[in-house]
Design a binder for this molecule. Structure first.
Ligand code: 13P
Length: 254
């Protein structure tokens, strides 16, 4: 089973509309050369419209960084699936560790957001990952298992095949500390085994699992070369066209 590599840039709270358009224009100028990889950018909500327009006709897909589970209503500050879809969004990041850490996101809310994203036909990128103290206490697998089983509860195998998992060890995010390729591969293999237990081996084999956490041009090739690493969710290195393109090129081994 061959899985298409997916490299997504999570811009977090960076880039206004003009800056986002400039970045996408620079990416677009070179991205056509990479046709074996799914390239995604995830700008802040206010930048999405301009970026969708700038990316039109290219091989760059656009994602959001969050989604609410309700169709509409009194949820100040939230954005619905329909608002994303009708803005031209195709992907959505759910349960990023920063949302879990600073905004009270739990496996339960991840699960509700995921259901809304799947129902709307979006491709969800569900983030999981352990804290440093959890890794040091030997609890990595327990944490990942709880996040997967809670976050992906009540999802059908058919829908699951569309989900992208992003394994982001929290201690590696923005710290310059990357998991070694072996360490990351071990976590990815565990995640795939959990997915197989939930959805069956065939579905688990089709699901893509990205690595995230200080991924850059210098380490992308080794990471994506691992059997169960199917791409990356990139923070800092996705904010500059040259580094994002060079990371994609390294990840694709060219
Ligand atoms: P960095 O690549 O900046 O470590 O961020 C990773 C991340 O959180 C992507 O979602």
């Amino acid at each position: 089973m061959s899985r298409k590599v997916i490299i997504a840039g999570n811009w977090k709270m960076n880039k206004n509309a003009a800056e986002g358009v400039a970045l996408v224009e620079a990416l677009k100028a070179k991205s056509a050369a990479f046709n074996d990889v799914e390239i995604v950018v995830c700008p802040p909500f206010t930048t999405i419209g301009a970026v969708v327009e700038a990316a039109a006709g290219s091989n760059i897909g656009v994602g959001a960084q969050n989604i609410h589970w309700a169709a509409n209503g009194a949820f100040t500050g939230e954005i619905s699936a329909d608002m994303l879809v009708t803005s031209g969004v195709k992907y959505v990041i759910i349960g990023h560790s920063e949302r879990r850490q600073y905004f009270g996101e739990t496996d339960e809310t991840v699960n509700k957001r995921l259901a809304a994203a799947l129902a709307a036909g979006l491709i969800p990128i569900v983030c999981i990952g352990e804290l440093l103290e959890e890794r040091e206490a030997g609890k990595t697998e327990e944490v990942l298992s709880t996040q997967i089983r809670g976050g992906l509860a009540n999802v059908s195998a058919e829908d699951a095949a569309r989900i992208v998992i992003a394994y982001e060890p929290v201690w590696a995010i923005g710290t310059g500390k990357t998991a070694t390729p072996e360490m990351a591969q071990a976590a990815h293999a565990f995640i795939r085994a959990e997915l197989a237990a939930m959805f069956g081996a065939e579905t688990a084999e089709a699901m893509r699992i990205q690595y995230g956490g200080s991924m850059k041009p210098a380490n992308a090739r080794e990471l994506v070369a691992q059997k169960d690493i199917d791409g990356g969710l990139i923070g800092g290195a996705a904010l500059d066209a040259e580094s994002f393109l060079s990371l994609i090129s390294e990840a694709m081994g060219c």
